[in-house]
Design a protein around this ligand. Structure first.
Ligand code: YSA
Length: 357
């Protein structure tokens, strides 16, 4: 790089500076070096600037000719500088375009899609089985009034059957002071809500979450799903209930599974039953099986004929209409279907479990 000159400027000196500056500029390949070049020739103390400043030492005629030459050299160098910067930028752009070009022949990267939770899958499967039999699907509130969870189901205050549903109460005062709020212990309150809102014939299933204040074990969670079923109309009998549930169980588990009905008690049905399927773990043998607690059977639902008092409470004519209802636990059904040995796996958020479905 040329050093600043203290000598009086001459045409030859200006020509030399312009030539060497141009040659130097043409060899530069990056913007930092170009900027250094600009400072050393055209900056405040740059070679050409120093020459321009020294013009004042010349006499008037010389100053005119040499000054014109010096200004022309300065304009030329400034133009060349601009061209060089453009050239370097364009070269960088071309390089990056060729390096980062899109290769459409590369195999795609698999996207990390999530999947439906096993409970959601089984709830959908259960609902589809009933939809195929002509049932509709409705949903209701998880935070419920005592009125629907108990009273409309023929379980008044102080009734011992309330103990069957270990209830989580919500700390909220009803303005009338007459009823309390709770986390629904079953999906049965939707029976009353549906019957209040429409006239028979009714055929619905109600999937949804329930909560109970109870200790957990291999078949009990404190929060779990239920799918409620309700059919009300003229001439509906217990045979319709059994036929519907047999059809459902065979669709879900296959024809070979054993099904058992036993008498059971629920205040909102008469008569009441529970339905069990032979245990997958011990093949119904029982002895020493922790899943079915030695019985050989796993209970999946409670059911029965809708109690006349429940029909009366929603304003239906109990002499004209009859109906059946049931409430099942989808997690227990998934356990039977897929051989899952502990209900607590469902909500432990362990991906090794969840990814199997
Ligand atoms: C009965 C008669 C009807 O006309 C309509 C519905 C019912 C069912 C009733 N409402 C009820 O809740 N019965 S139940 O307490 O026996 O629960 C029904 C099903 O929910 C059980 O068979 C089981 O599959 C599931 N379940 C109950 N408690 C559970 C549970 N699943 C997991 N964890 C728990 N803690």
């Amino acid at each position: 790089m040329t050093e600043p000159s203290a000598q009086p400027p001459t045409a030859q000196r200006i020509e030399e500076i312009a030539r060497s500056a141009t040659a130097e500029l043409d060899s530069l390949e990056n913007l930092e070096a170009v900027d250094q070049w600009r400072i050393s020739y055209l900056g405040r103390r740059g070679t050409l600037t120093t020459v321009l400043r020294a013009l004042s030492s010349l006499d008037v005629d010389e100053r005119r000719t040499i000054g014109a030459l010096a200004n022309e050299a300065k304009n030329t160098l400034e133009d060349r500088l601009e061209q060089r910067v453009r050239h370097i930028n364009e070269a960088a752009l071309t390089r990056s375009a060729s390096q980062n070009r899109l290769d459409v022949t590369l195999p795609g990267r698999p996207s990390k899609a999530g999947r439906l939770h096993p409970t959601t899958q089984i709830v959908r499967e259960i609902c589809s089985a009933f939809v195929a039999m002509g049932f509709g699907v409705v949903e209701g509130p998880e935070v419920e009034w005592e009125h629907y969870n108990f009273e409309m189901l023929n379980i008044p205050k102080g009734h011992p059957a309330r103990d069957m549903w270990n209830t989580l109460w919500v700390d909220y005062e009803d303005p009338s002071g007459e009823q309390a709020m709770l986390l629904r212990t079953h999906t049965s309150p939707m029976q009353a809500r549906v019957m209040e809102s429409r006239e028979p014939p009714i055929r619905v299933v109600v999937p949804g979450k329930c909560y109970r204040y109870e200790a957990t074990d291999a078949t009990h969670e404190w929060h779990f799903y239920q799918v409620e079923g309700l059919a009300v109309g003229e001439g509906i009998t217990f045979a319709d209930l059994k036929g519907t549930l047999y059809e459902f169980a065979h669709r879900l588990f296959g024809e070979e599974r054993q099904i058992r009905f036993r008498c059971d008690y629920f205040p909102f049905v008469e008569p009441g039953v529970d339905m069990s399927i032979d245990c997958f773990a011990c093949q119904g043998q029982g002895g020493g099986c922790r899943i079915c607690r030695d019985s050989g059977w796993i209970e999946i639902l409670g059911a029965g004929m809708v109690h006349p008092k429940v029909l009366e409470k929603v304003g239906y004519d109990k002499d004209r209409y009859t109906g059946f209802a049931f409430g099942m636990g989808p997690e227990r059904i998934a356990m039977l279907k897929y051989g899952i040995d502990d209900i607590r796996h469902f909500y432990a958020n362990d991906l090794r479990f969840l990814r199997q479905f």
